[in-house]
Design a protein around this ligand. Structure first.
Ligand code: FAD
Length: 384
């Protein structure tokens, strides 16, 4: 996608950041992404390269190198044209730098900021558990007050970057009787006693995301490292989710655009029955359908992004954008693969990885069904 497609303009700094991301994607990521998937591992050295380009400052305030949400969205789109899994891993770890810069105490900045910025340490956000995903209020990791802080016990699962991360924003229940109001969030330094990492999940694809889990056993968190107390943590988690839903939709759009580009480029030259593939109306119409849905999805995504950038309520717009992207992404990419014949299955091009990541996008930051719930709640107000 190019800047000309955008219904908004970016600052010069934002344009520069996006250009750096695009060059990195078309150079470094294009060269390495397939190998990470073949080796079923995270792209740790790629994250370090991205850090050198300032791409771990996507959530940073402007005075510390951030360029706002629209620039972040376009950076993640640029990276996703080659490897959405990598982009997802990057945005999850760099989210911690933004948090430390904006909300961190001097001691937290001193202990963690530089290491996370340079990806010497990776970070992760941990709501989900093996027994609780969509039902976030149903988490069973507990936090019990003790002298000087809290003791955390429980198991987290399905956490991006958990394969290698060791700094975590962990959500835990302080009082089950209070339901969501009892949930607080804590900064967990995985290098301390009481932390045990599980083996990363063997997935159908997307290993670069480093999805895994860990168990905390009487893990001590000092009072200073309580990030949000009971009553506030659940709301702050839900507050950030609109951004995430919007950039996940943008990542799907970028993968679809990339798949279309591969399909069209190949279809122009591949000969069948004495003519280029793309002279067949059946294939043209299939790709026209993909392009049509891509346009609709971009409009929904950029509408939500614009609301977020302007500080307005984006809850419903983000739900619409994420649901639409989740519904059309995987079938659209599959259609592009189909147009290319067997060639579309080889891993020197990213379409197979795109396909699996488009499916993963249906779960992260609230599943498609949870977007349906959000949209359904608005029906009476919007149409009743
Ligand atoms: C690649 C990847 C990365 C992730 N990274 C993170 C991370 O960094 N941090 C984190 O905390 N979590 C992460 N997750 C977990 C993600 O948030 C959960 O997968 C998601 O919340 C859904 O939970 P679940 O998979 O347990 O599905 P479940 O909650 O068990 O639901 C199963 C299915 O039932 C549907 N369903 C559930 N309840 C209802 C209902 N009331 N009505 C209709 N349908 C319903 C769901 O939508 C889903 O399709 C990640 C997941 C993936 C795949």
């Amino acid at each position: 996608m190019t800047e000309q497609d955008l219904p908004f303009s970016l600052s010069a700094g934002g344009q520069d950041m996006v250009a750096r991301a695009r060059d990195f994607a078309r150079g470094y990521l294009r060269e390495h992404a397939a190998a990470w998937e073949r080796e079923r591992r995270m792209g740790r050295e790629g994250l370090a390269e991205a850090a050198k380009l300032g791409l771990t400052r996507l959530d940073a305030p402007r005075e510390e190198g951030g360029e706002g949400f629209l620039a972040k969205l376009l950076v993640l789109e640029a990276l996703s044209e080659e490897d959405m899994g990598f982009a997802f891993s990057l945005t999850n770890t760099q989210g911690m730098t933004g948090r430390l810069m904006v909300l961190g105490t001097p001691s937290q900045r001193e202990r963690f900021l530089e290491d996370v910025l340079m990806t010497r340490r990776l970070a992760a956000t941990c709501l989900s558990e093996p027994g609780a995903g969509s039902d976030f209020a149903g988490i069973t990791t507990t936090a019990v007050p003790c002298e000087g802080g809290w003791r955390l016990s429980g198991t987290k699962g399905w956490i991006t970057n958990a394969a290698e991360a060791d700094l975590f924003l962990v959500y835990a229940q302080t009082d089950a009787a209070q339901g969501w109001r009892g949930i607080a969030s804590f900064l967990v330094d995985g290098r301390q006693a009481g932390f045990e990492r599980a083996a990363p999940y063997a997935l159908a694809g997307g290993h670069v995301i480093g999805v895994g889990g860990f168990t905390l056993t009487d893990f001590f968190v000092p009072e200073e490292d309580v990030i949000a107390p009971a009553g506030e943590a659940f709301k702050s988690a839900m507050g950030g989710v609109n951004q995430a839903r919007t950039y996940v939709a943008g990542m799907v759009n970028a993968m679809v655009a990339s798949a279309l580009s591969h399909a069209v480029t190949y279809g122009k030259t591949r000969q069948a029955f004495g003519a280029p593939l793309l002279t067949n109306q059946g294939l043209q119409w299939s790709l026209a359908d993909v392009a049509n849905k891509l346009e609709a999805s971009k409009a929904l995504t950029y509408r939500a992004a614009d609301l977020i950038e302007r500080g307005e309520d984006a809850m419903l717009a983000a739900a619409h954008a994420k649901k639409f992207a989740g519904d059309y992404g995987a079938p659209a990419i599959a259609a592009c693969i189909q147009t290319m014949g067997a060639r579309g299955m080889l891993d020197d091009i990213p379409l197979g990885r795109h396909l699996m990541c488009a499916k993963l996008a249906c779960y992260t930051d609230g599943s498609t069904e949870m977007q349906n719930e959000r949209i359904a709640k608005s029906l009476e107000k919007e149409f009743g």
